[in-house]
Design a protein around this ligand. Structure first.
Ligand code: BG6
Length: 330
């Protein structure tokens, strides 16, 4: 955990008395992480605007995973496998990791918290592998949100284990019909709605007019979600996560989910940095390290060419500043 002047990390009680950690940056941006699930439930920009979607019907009570924010899918993505859907990391209580092994990444001047998940005796009965999952949630000086995951095989029986993984991020959008995703065009995807049959994306960018549930394969490290109405763009940058799930349940499926409002599908979009097609195998002592970084740009940004396509003169300076910060980080 880091606490420096004018920046803060606070542990407090959230909904239903669950422990949560609040990260605050000097520029006014913030993030909240529940120990239940190691689950980021809020990410706000410097104006206090919420950037993640959390359902008004989300149930903050074990064993139901929180509907929205950033659930962690581990050690199994979806329900293909012997475990419950999306694995158990999202509905276990994590601890604050007060003395993690050093992270090579530079977190100077950043606010962060380290969390740790280890299997319980009960977990070992359903997934007989010993592991340490270390999660660092970092809020950068420009309000960017970074999640770093380190998963280590601590088996003492000499056995490897295999898993799939996703950062199941729910982005808040103004109107799903006005949103487009760039960076996945021309790629192959597995369609979860058609028994994971393989297709090739045809269009220029992905737009939404019905239920979508796809696993895009071999995706680039940057994906952008352009929200025309809000005049802002999310940029997802990922390392070590080749796949990207795109999910919106649309109206019919929304109605079938007890922890999701009937019309809420209009205001959310999941784009999930993941490792699914090629599961990860770790031998004892081996560690897998991946990360996802989220940035928000106030105006529309094309992932391919770093070009602002719409801007007002009044905000031009701010937009250019943010792009320069973003580009210097990458
Ligand atoms: C997505 C899956 O990642 O998560 C969908 O691709 C699934 O198939 C969705 O419906 C939500 O899953 P859950 O278990 O949180 O309801």
């Amino acid at each position: 955990m880091s606490t420096t002047e004018n920046k803060s990390v606070e542990i407090t009680k959230g909904i239903n008395g669950l422990d949560k950690v609040i990260l605050r940056e000097i520029n006014g941006s913030s993030a909240e992480v529940y120990l239940y699930g190691g689950h980021v439930t809020s990410w706000k920009n410097e104006h206090g605007e919420e950037l993640l979607f959390v359902s008004s019907k989300a149930i903050f009570k074990p064993p139901k995973a929180i509907r929205g924010g950033i659930p962690l899918c581990f050690p199994q993505f979806s329900n293909l496998g012997t475990l419950e859907a999306h694995g158990f990391a999202r509905n276990r209580v994590w601890t604050v990791d007060i003395d993690p092994p050093p992270f090579p990444s530079n977190t100077t001047n950043r606010v962060f918290v380290d969390l740790l998940l280890k299997p319980t005796e009960e977990d070992l009965k359903i997934w007989p592998h010993s592991f340490e999952y270390r999660l660092r949630v970092t809020l950068g000086p420009a309000g960017d949100l970074m999640l770093t995951s380190r998963i280590r095989n601590t088996n003492t029986d000499g056995k490897p284990f295999t898993f799939t993984f996703a950062y199941h991020t729910y982005f808040s959008v103004s109107d799903i019909s006005e949103v487009r995703v760039e960076g996945l065009e021309t790629l192959d995807f597995l369609d979860n709605m058609k028994n994971r049959e393989r297709y090739t994306e045809q269009g220029d960018a992905i737009t939404f007019e019905s239920e979508v549930d796809r696993i895009y394969l071999s995706t680039p490290t940057k994906i952008a979600i352009l929200d025309h109405e809000k005049k802002r763009t999310f940029v997802i940058r990922k390392d070590g996560l080749p796949d990207a799930v795109v999910w919106n349940p649309w109206d019919k499926k929304a109605k079938s989910m007890t922890d999701f409002g009937d019309d809420e599908y209009k205001h959310m979009l999941c784009v999930e940095a993941a490792a699914i097609e090629k599961p990860i195998t770790l031998k004892p002592g081996e560690e897998w390290k991946v990360r996802q970084e989220l940035n928000i740009l106030a105006h529309q940004y094309h992932v391919q060419d770093c070009v602002v396509v719409k801007e007002s003169k009044a905000n031009a300076r701010e937009v250019v500043k943010k792009i320069l910060i973003f580009c210097s980080l990458h």
